[in-house]
Design a protein around this ligand. Structure first.
Ligand code: DAK
Length: 257
């Protein structure tokens, strides 16, 4: 499928999605979200792709939902358009996703980045949920994911004031995993994606699933969930290969089964 508002490329085992509405700071309109959902489905179905990177440009990852498009929407419009389904799609992907964020990462843009598994930020990245300034609240996970990342007090402050935080604070509080100069943020994200893509695929999928369960399950159930996945991995050829290769002091050759 040809896309108009995003650019999708495949670089060996990486699926790369660039949000491409630079004139409006990559504001997310319905068309972008539909294309993003389709691109994610395509990359998920492509066996050659092992890790997905979503990025914008140096000035903006995304400044959030397209306010011009959204301003006249009715509740029924939003319900029918089922925007949120695209975020759900992101949450259900089995492949790891990395958001490479530079510049503005606001509102729905911040929610999109937080729905990814890892965020790599450039030094210029700014994160915020400014919906309060528009007379609304975050609607795609901001009130739920930001407190999990920043802690309740700081997240509450940001959501109630609409203020932004910079990359260094985002790093110190664990919202992002690293901050690098703007010239290299995308390469850094790709390099991390390549590293993950080179690991045993079934183990990567299970590790991602188990970590994400932290936000959904009580500890006892989470530990049980992890243990069952751990046991299951002993049915894979990759477990045999990984342990044999370690003992033989040679690199493992993963089969993905
Ligand atoms: N939507 C539409 N256009 C936007 C935009 C946005 N979110 N953000 C920026 N633009 C446009 C500007 O209007 C401007 O267009 P022109 O005037 O050049 O035509 C261009 O991008 C450049 O922006 P500025 O001139 O404002 O640039 P500055 O550097 O001065 O300021 C800024 C950058 C990011 C601080 C500022 O643009 C800004 O405050 N933008 C709005 C940020 C914001 O409020 N974002 C939250 C949007 S609400 C849903 C779930 C979630 C959501 C919606 C639905 N459902 C479940 C249905 C999410 C809602 C949101 O994200």
């Amino acid at each position: 499928m040809a896309f108009e508002h995003i650019l999708v490329t495949i670089e060996e085992a990486l699926g790369l999605i660039q949000l491409n509405r630079p004139k409006v700071l990559n504001a997310l309109n319905r068309a972008v979200m539909t294309e993003l959902g389709q691109a994610l489905a395509d990359l998920e179905a492509n066996d050659a792709v092992r890790c997905i990177v979503i990025y914008g440009n140096a000035r903006a990852f995304s400044a959030g939902a397209d306010i011009a498009e959204m301003q006249a929407a009715t509740p029924v419009d939003m319900l029918r358009q089922n925007w949120i389904a695209q975020w759900e799609r992101l949450r259900q992907l089995t492949k790891p996703t990395i958001a490479a964020v530079s510049g503005y990462c606001l509102g729905g843009g911040c929610e999109l980045a937080m729905a990814c598994d890892i965020i790599i930020a450039s030094e210029s990245a700014q994160f915020g949920q400014p919906e309060i300034n528009l007379g609304v609240i975050p609607g795609a996970g901001g009130t739920q994911r930001l407190p999990r990342a920043l802690g309740k007090s700081r997240a509450m402050e940001l959501i109630l004031t609409g203020k932004f935080i910079g990359a260094q604070e985002a790093l110190a509080r664990g919202l992002v995993s690293r901050v690098v100069p703007v010239e290299v943020y995308l390469e850094e994200a790709k390099s991390l994606a390549r590293e993950i893509a080179a690991k045993a695929p079934v183990a990567v999928q299970f590790a991602k699933e188990c970590v994400n369960k932290v936000f959904e399950l009580p500890l006892g159930e989470g530990l049980e969930y992890e243990r069952r996945h751990f046991y299951f991995l002993f049915s894979t050829e990759d477990q045999r290969e990984g342990m044999r290769a370690f003992l033989a002091k040679r690199p493992a050759e993963w089969k993905g089964r």
